[in-house]
Design a protein around this ligand. Sequence first.
Ligand SMILES: NC(=O)c1ccc[n+]([C@@H]2O[C@H](COP(=O)([O-])OP(=O)(O)OC[C@H]3O[C@@H](n4cnc5c(N)ncnc54)[C@H](O)[C@@H]3O)[C@@H](O)[C@H]2O)c1
Ligand SMILES: [Zn+2]
Length: 382
Amino acid sequence: MAIQSILVTGGAGYIGSHLVDRLCTRGYSVTVLDSLEPQVHRSGTWPSYANPKVRYVQGDVRDRAVFEPLVVSSDAVVHFGAAVSVGQSMYQVDRYVDVNTRGTALLLDILVNAKHNVQKLLVASSIGVYGEGAYHCATCGPVAPGIRPTEQLAERDWEQHCPRCGKHVISIPTPEDKALYRDNIYSMTKYHQEEMVLLIGKTYGIPAVAPRFFNVYGPRQSLSNPYAGVAAIWLSRLLNGKQPVVFEDGGQLRDFVSIHDVVDCLVLMLEKSGADFLPVNVGSGEVVTILNIAKLLARLLGSSIEPLVTETGRKFDIRHNTADITCARTTLGFEPKVSLEQGFSELIEWAKTTPDAAEDFFDRALRELQDKGLLVTGTAPQ
Ligand SMILES: NC(=O)c1ccc[n+]([C@@H]2O[C@H](COP(=O)([O-])OP(=O)(O)OC[C@H]3O[C@@H](n4cnc5c(N)ncnc54)[C@H](O)[C@@H]3O)[C@@H](O)[C@H]2O)c1
Ligand SMILES: [Zn+2]
């Protein structure tokens, strides 16, 4: 029987809410399970963009009593409810593992032990499972270096070295089969989530897909959450007349993908079988330095504020990681459509109308990193 009802955990959040809207437009019956995590939803209420066609249930993905009845009455489950910050996970270890890993374990336990009709399972994975991206050494060929040693960061030697010959290496797009190295607790939990979901999916014949999101940006991204994505953090700084703070030299390469392209890809994963039982990169395929993102944001805002390049590293950061999206293209026919310029213009127009943007908690988050000894070289910028 075709999929009609879909449960989206974390569906009040940024990515989930966009997916939920699209699913309603496509005629699905959608239920959201979301705890309204205070760090994300400061009002403690359902967001203003909540969709009237959706059934919203406030509850925790670690609570079987609320989760199980919703799972067993759905034809598909999209599991996005999670604690979402790399930096914070390094000092809230218990909470991150509990919500992300154990929450997913509970979902799988329900699927294995309860009678249900779930025909598709999606779990949000992340670029974080790779650790560093893929690299090419002029002498040794393709290589997969690990996290840079603290001493290297202290010397402001930002670029990766070849793990075999020690020479500097260049970044290449990361395919799904690159060796995985988790360099922070959040990424470990994302890895647990995808491994567990794909394993149980294969074992019990439940088609499962683990989208590995690269840097997703767009409207509804939390601007007041200093632990969220870098583009939102910088935009919020710029709107508050402050400089975007750039770690290292700003030359880090990333793949920023519009939320609309992400939703396209998720719908393909739900409706087609080509990517079943696979982890799949979800990116734009476009490579950009983070310094250029900071500059693009300022330009599109018409602001003359320059980014503050700190030449300070964070111990858990990777240097480069960009998406090879061949798998999504070939298995699902995915094709990203939104350019950086279009996508960031849209983000900015939305940000100007959201009261969230008026507050900037970044300095506090930076102090926390400093207090925990996670910053390398010099002192933190003011
Ligand atoms: N935004 C990105 O660029 C990105 C990148 C990689 C992976 N992801 C993953 O995508 C998913 C969605 O991320 P997002 O950016 O929309 O984050 P978000 O914080 O906006 O949304 C997460 C939602 O989950 C809810 N939630 C948190 N803990 C919960 C719990 N214990 N029980 C029920 N609900 C809970 C929150 O209230 C929130 O509404 C997450 O799993 C995240 O790890 C996001
Ligand atoms: Zn080499």
